[in-house]
Ligand binder design. Structure first.
Ligand SMILES: Nc1ncnc2c1ncn2[C@@H]1O[C@H](COP(=O)(O)OP(=O)(O)OP(=O)(O)O)[C@@H](O)[C@H]1O
Ligand SMILES: [Mg+2]
Length: 331
């Protein structure tokens, strides 16, 4: 058994020329074990899709190496293509004028499946993913959620050893997203060695699905571990949830206060309350924040210490990245 199903070493990818060069990947080295569900988390433009495109042989790296299933994505691209599939969220799969079954049939033939196998597989996938009732509906008429089920079915037709999912639950309702997540987890477990690399902007999704996640920003991996270990590392950082009875106030001053490591806010129009999640170097910082809020005539409804979530880990790592970027810009 391969210890690492995916291995990248010092991957660099640049776009553009001369004075207008974007370094999308800046030395990315990751390893994904066989059978693992691995998540890539990072802000827009971090380089997640670029990694997926290189690993799925759609894009060449500028330098560095990448292997999938032991095959080089550059020198053995065809061998890599035989054992993978890619599903991207928000894509319109197949042809609008064909029905769901016709589209799946079309893809099964592209993948070279024998007719009897294809028929059986299409039937099973439409039942398993709960869209059999739309089998004879034209693709163009499907809603986002059912298009996405169809995309996932398409991605599983060739029995890939590895599935790449680029924002698979983008724009889906809570229950449909949950259903697809559960299906992917089951698939990885059922296939025993089904390996998954997914990107997502939903931290709870990454926490639920992934054995390990890598947090990436500006083309660099900032951290890579299991969600539990990443949260554990943050235990030394006190985190408080502060509810303030205003949704209009500007709370950006908190981020700039001494000892504040990170701050995020959620404003609720229904309740008129802003929930601030503040990470600090020590507890004393919270009393400074309380005084400052008081000075600003902002009414604090409650303050509670909370356990770290994956979102806090992300804010801590990526938020710091932004601060550094700001410092650089101001220098
Ligand atoms: N074909 C391209 N030409 C030029 N620049 C590109 C190209 N593809 C990506 N980039 C740039 O590379 C960087 C990384 O892009 P990438 O699509 O990998 O980000 P991402 O992490 O997937 O972001 P998102 O969360 O928005 O999907 C960005 O700065 C982007 O503008
Ligand atoms: Mg992307």
């Amino acid at each position: 058994m391969l210890e690492n199903f995916v291995e990248t070493r010092g991957l660099v990818r640049t776009f553009g020329k001369k004075n207008d060069v974007v370094k999308a990947l800046d030395g990315v080295s990751i390893s994904i074990r066989e059978g693992e569900i691995f998540g890539l988390l990072g802000p827009n433009g971090a380089g997640k899709t670029t990694i997926i495109k290189i690993l799925t042989t759609l894009l060449l790296p500028t330098s560095g190496e990448a292997y999938v299933g032991g095959f080089s994505v550059v020198k053995e691209a065809n061998k890599v293509r035989n054992i993978i599939n890619l599903v991207s969220g928000g894509e319109t799969p197949g042809y609008g004028i064909l029905t769901v079954s016709e589209n799946l049939w079309f893809f099964s033939q592209l993948y070279g499946l024998p007719s009897s196998v294809a028929k059986e597989k299409i039937k099973r996938l439409t039942v398993d993913l709960d869209f059999k009732k739309y089998a004879t509906t034209r693709m163009a008429k499907l809603s986002t959620g059912f298009k996405q089920r169809m995309s996932l079915a398409r991605g599983l037709l060739n029995d890939p050893k590895m599935l790449f999912l680029d924002e698979p639950t983008l724009g889906l309702d809570v229950l449909t997203a949950k259903r697809l997540r559960t299906y992917v987890i089951d698939w990885a477990k059922r296939e025993k060695k089904g390996t998954v690399l997914l990107t997502t902007h939903y931290m709870a999704e990454a926490d639920e699905m992934c054995d390990r996640v890598a947090i990436i920003n500006n083309g660099k991996i900032l951290a890579c571990d299991s969600p539990t270990a990443l949260k554990e590392n943050l235990k030394a950082t006190p985190i408080a949830k502060i509810d303030v009875s205003s949704i209009q106030a500007d709370f950006s001053f908190i981020q700039k206060m001494r000892g504040v490591v990170g701050c995020s806010e959620t404003r609720s129009i229904q309740t008129g309350v802003t929930s601030l999640k503040v990470m600090a170097q020590n507890e004393k910082v919270f009393s400074d924040i309380m005084s400052k809020l008081n000075e600003e005539k902002l009414k604090v409804l409650s303050i509670n210490e909370t356990e770290p979530t994956l979102e806090d880990v992300y804010i801590r790592l990526v938020g710091k990245g932004f601060e550094q970027a700001e410092e650089k810009a101001n220098a």
